[in-house]
Ligand binder design. Structure first.
Ligand code: NAD
Ligand code: UFG
Length: 337
C-alpha cells in the first residue's frame, strides 16, 4: 500500500515507519521537522534496510500537501503531525487549534480531492479527562481538560463527520495511553527538545546525568503508593497497532475510536525502580507537589483493540526501560550528537 505519513520523523512516527517498510508498504513522510530531525529518517532507513521518501512541509501549507498527494498518490494516510505538549497548550491555544485542527482540515480536504479515503489518526487518552470509572472504555464521556486535548477531540469529531459525508471513507482514531520505550537497536527514540515534561524521558535524563533528580509530582493520590499511575505502552507495540489499524480499515465501516494501551497501570515510583534495575544507574528523586491537571490513575480497556484489530500489547515494563536506556545511553544528546 502507498501510505503518506504526516509527522513521520517524530517519536511514534519513526518507530511506525520501520514496521511499515518491513511490511513492504511504500511510504512518503510529510513533516515540517518542528519537533524532529531528518536524522531520524536516515536511521529508519538503516534499521529497516529500505528506502522511504520524505517531503519537508507544514500541515497548514495547502499547496505543498496538494503537491505531495499529486506526486505520491497515497492509498491511506497515517496522521501523526501536530503539537503535543499539554502544559504548553494552555499558554498558546491558538497555535494548537491552528496546527492541529486547521492542519487536519487541510489534510482531509486534500485527501477528499484525491479520492484517498483511509486515515489512521493519532488521538490521545487525554480526550477522556477525569475518569467516571476505570478502565476507560471507548464509550466513556469525553471531557478533555486542556486546549491540546480539546484539539484532539475536535479532530476526532471532524474526521467522523468527514467519513459520514464521503461514501467509502474509513477512519480509525487511535487513543494512545502513555507511549514510552524505543526501538531495541537504540538507534531511534524519543528526543525531547527542552526539559522533558513526561516521566520516562525525564527519568532517562537523570540516569544519564543530564538532570540531577526526578521530581515526583505528588505522593498523596489514592493509588497503590500515592504516586500517579498510568498505562504505559511500549512504542514498538504502538507502532504495530498502526499496521493492525491499516489492516482493520479493510473490515470496518465508517469511523472507530480504539484505545491503545496495555490495560495495566504503573506508578511513578514503580517506574523509577524498574528503570534503576534496567539501567544499573541510581535515579535520585524527591517528592514535590501535585502537578495541576493530573489525574490519579488512568488505564485502558483494551478489548476493542483486540476484537476489531486483533492487536494486543506484548511488551512489558522491563522492555520499556531497557530499550529507553539503550537509546539514551547510546545517544546522550538525542539526534543532536
Ligand atoms: P512528535 O512531536 O515526536 O512527532 C510529531 C511530528 O509532527 C514531528 O516530527 C513534528 O516535526 C511534526 N509536526 C508537528 N507539527 C507539524 C505541522 N504543523 N506540520 C507538519 N509536521 C508537523 O510527537 P509524537 O510523540 O511522535 O506524537 C505523534 C502524535 O501522537 C501526535 O499527534 C501526538 O499528539 C499524539 N500522541 C502522542 C502521545 C505521546 O505521549 N507521545 C500521547 C498521545 C497522543
Ligand atoms: N511525573 C512525575 N514527574 C515528572 C513527570 C511526570 O512525577 O517529572 C508523573 C506525573 O505526575 C504522572 C506520571 O508521571 O503521574 C505520568 O506523567 P507524564 O507527563 O509522563 O504523562 P501524562 O499521563 O501526564 O500525559 C501523557 C502525555 C499526554 C497524553 C497522555 C495520554 O503527555 O499528551 O499521556 O494518557 F495525552
Amino acid at each position: 500500500m502507498r501510505v503518506l505519513v504526516t509527522g513521520g520523523a517524530g517519536y511514534i512516527g519513526s518507530h511506525t515507519l520501520v514496521h511499515l517498510l518491513r511490511a513492504d508498504h511504500q511510504v512518503l513522510v510529510y513533516d515540517n521537522f518542528s519537533n524532529s530531525s531528518p536524522e531520524a529518517l536516515a536511521r529508519v532507513r538503516q534499521i529497516s534496510n529500505r528506502d522511504l521518501a520524505s517531503r519537508e512541509g507544514d500541515l497548514r501549507d495547502a499547496s505543498r500537501i496538494e503537491d505531495a498527494f499529486a506526486r505520491f498518490r497515497p492509498d491511506a494516510v497515517i496522521h501523526f503531525a501536530g503539537l503535543k505538549a499539554v502544559g504548553d497548550s494552555h499558554g498558546q491555544p491558538l497555535e494548537y487549534y491552528a496546527q492541529n485542527v486547521a492542519g487536519s482540515i487541510t489534510l482531509l480536504q486534500t485527501m477528499a480531492r484525491h479520492g484517498c479515503a483511509r486515515v489512521v489518526f493519532s488521538s490521545s487518552a487525554t480526550v477522556y479527562g477525569e475518569p467516571d470509572y476505570l478502565p476507560f472504555d471507548e464509550t466513556h464521556p469525553l471531557r478533555p481538560q486542556s486546549p491540546y486535548g480539546r484539539s484532539k477531540l475536535m479532530i476526532e469529531t471532524i474526521i467522523r463527520d468527514w467519513v459520514a459525508a464521503h461514501s467509502g471513507a474509513r477512519a480509525i482514531l487511535l487513543r494512545y495511553f502513555n507511549p514510552v520505550g524505543a526501538h531495541a537497536s537504540g538507534r531511534i527514540g524519543e528526543d525531547p527538545r527542552d526539559i522533558p515534561n513526561n516521566l520516562m524521558p525525564y527519568i532517562a535524563q537523570v540516569a544519564i546525568g543530564r538532570r540531577a533528580e526526578l521530581a515526583v509530582h505528588g505522593n498523596d493520590y489514592p493509588t497503590s503508593d500515592g504516586t500517579g499511575e498510568r498505562d504505559y505502552i511500549h512504542v514498538e507495540d504502538l507502532a504495530r497497532a498502526h499496521l493492525a489499524a491499516l489492516d482493520a480499515l479493510n473490515r470496518i465501516a465508517g469511523c472507530e475510536a480504539i484505545n491503545v494501551g496495555t490495560g495495566q497501570s504503573t506508578s511513578v515510583l514503580e517506574m523509577r525502580a524498574a528503570f534503576e534495575r534496567s539501567s544499573g544507574r541510581p535515579i535520585p528523586y524527591r517528592i514535590g507537589p501535585r502537578r495541576p491537571g493530573d489525574v490519579a490513575r488512568m488505564c485502558a480497556d483494551v478489548r476493542k483493540a483486540a476484537s476489531l484489530m486483533g492487536w494486543q500489547a506484548e511488551l512489558g515494563l522491563e522492555e520499556m526501560c531497557l530499550s529507553t536506556w539503550a537509546w539514551q545511553s547510546a545517544n546522550p544528546g538525542g539526534y543532536g550528537e
